[in-house]
Ligand binder design. Structure first.
Ligand SMILES: *[C@@H]1O[C@H](CO)[C@@H](O)[C@H](O)[C@H]1NC(C)=O
Length: 436
């Protein structure tokens, strides 16, 4: 080969390498490597150190455990709340495992299991804990059934079930019966202000409203949950994350009447992996910015999820008004099966009876990556970037996204407003070329 030909080949390959950056200055090949997520991965790798207490707990001998039955719980269809409260107080003060025996169903009214507790306290649920079905028992608070408050170095495990017995709440929801006033119902299980928490191997069923909420928690590992409620049960989010830092949710199967997973303001370093979702409203960041509030969400990764027959796939939703941001968000390796809005950013979200007005402020969305997202859309609009006019979306990256019509007939389109995006690899359907 002559030196001239060689030089030509080198120049040609250089220009094809770098041409991309010149054409698309927004996008750099290593853009998402540069996202400040490295701490996040380190957190992930360091979990064995951080969660060292778990190892110690397993090593502790003799393993002290307390059964709720020893405190008078009967599982006979009457109220076992008092027995659970007494048993908890004992387990918490001794650092013991509180055992809910297998093959028994315990009925509980609203109850708070308060910490701080001695190290190694655990809640081992083998049987079923079922919610008291009379709505008045939840007044005046009305928002909670079971609360774990201020517990650290704590785990809930065992393979058993929390059953929210939610039918009566669904029937009395303003979404089921529009003549009724809109009032919130109880979240089945709330973890409030927890630290170093592990929640694993549990079933959540038929919550009154949300199934399980983590709020103001640090360092949480959630795995192997099965969350199930009918597709038409109102507001029954699966897992709700609020003001929580460092949480991993993995290997879980969620099908409810609202978001499978919802991540709201004050949350950062959220890693969601290996989730199946459906029925439901998909995996959501938001809603954010309601009532002109400030929102801050950053460093969220959703990796390996399958969504089946859901109304949304991966969604970011913000209300008009509000301020703050949601940024550094990655949606990776996601399969959509007959999803109505597989990829959606909705900055005109409005979930109230009165219509929402367009406002001059909004939550800023930036640095959102959609990578390797494939499958089918139940509706024509497979990709919807409906960003705020006042605060357009910036640095939206789309790479290897292919969304085809369910059943193979018709086509799919993308609608894109007020968005600056960059694409790489395959991207179908694309935003129409007139849109920036
Ligand atoms: C796809 O979803 C639509 C709307 O949700 C539904 O009507 C239809 O039956 C689904 N198709 C399949 C094959 O499941």
């Amino acid at each position: 080969m002559s030196p001239l030909v060689l030089l030509f080949i080198i120049l040609a390959s250089l220009s094809s390498c770098f041409g991309y950056h010149i054409e698309e200055p927004l996008y750099q090949t290593n853009a998402y490597e540069r996202y400040p997520m490295h701490n996040y991965w380190r957190f992930n790798n360091a979990k064995h150190e951080r969660f060292g207490f778990m190892t110690r707990a397993n090593r502790a001998t003799p393993h002290s455990s307390i059964s709720v039955d020893d405190f008078g719980a009967k599982a006979d269809g009457r109220d076992d709340t008092e027995a659970f409260q007494k048993a908890w107080n004992e387990a918490c003060s001794r650092g013991a495992s509180l055992v809910v025996p297998e093959n028994r169903i315990y009925l509980l009214k609203p109850i708070t299991f308060s910490g701080p507790c001695q190290p190694n306290t655990a809640f081992m649920i083998y049987g079923t804990i079922k919610a008291w079905p009379v709505m008045s028992a939840y007044e005046p608070d009305r928002l909670h059934w079971i609360v774990f408050d201020s517990v650290s170095n704590f785990k809930v495990d065992g393979g058993g079930t929390f059953n929210g017995n939610g039918k009566i709440w669904w029937q009395n929801s303003c979404k089921t019966n529009t003549n009724l006033p809109c009032k919130d119902g109880p979240t089945a299980v709330t973890f409030n202000e927890c630290n170093n928490l592990r929640v694993a191997n549990l079933r959540f069923k038929d919550a009154q409203q949300m199934h399980v909420t983590f709020q103001r928690c640090f360092n949480v590992i959630v795995s192997n949950l099965v969350v199930k409620a009918p597709g038409n049960s109102p507001n029954t989010d699966g897992i709700h994350v609020s003001e929580t830092h460092n949480i991993q949710i993995s290997n879980s199967e969620i099908g409810t009447g609202d978001d499978c997973i919802s991540i709201v303001s004050g949350s950062q370093n959220v890693r969601v992996t290996d989730i199946t979702c459906g029925p439901g409203h998909g995996i959501s960041i938001g809603s954010l910015g309601a009532d002109n509030s400030e929102a801050e969400v950053s460093n969220v990764v959703v990796n390996r999820a399958t969504l089946r027959g859901t109304s949304n796939g991966v969604r970011i939703k913000t209300w008009q008004g509000g301020h703050g941001y949601a940024r550094n968000i990655k949606f990776l390796n996601i399969v959509m099966q007959n999803v109505t809005n597989p990829i959606i950013i909705d900055q005109y979200y409005c979930d109230q009876q009165v219509p929402c007005q367009e406002q001059v402020s909004g939550v800023q969305l930036s640095k959102v990556l959609y990578q390797n997202i494939r499958g089918t859309s139940a509706s024509e609009v497979a990709i919807k970037f409906e960003c705020s006019k006042s605060v357009p979306c910036r640095e939206i990256y789309v790479e290897d996204v292919i969304l085809e019509p369910e059943g193979g007939s018709g086509g799919t389109i993308a609608t894109c407003e007020n968005v600056r995006y960059v694409n790489r690899g395959k991207f179908f359907p694309q935003c129409s070329p007139s849109i920036k």
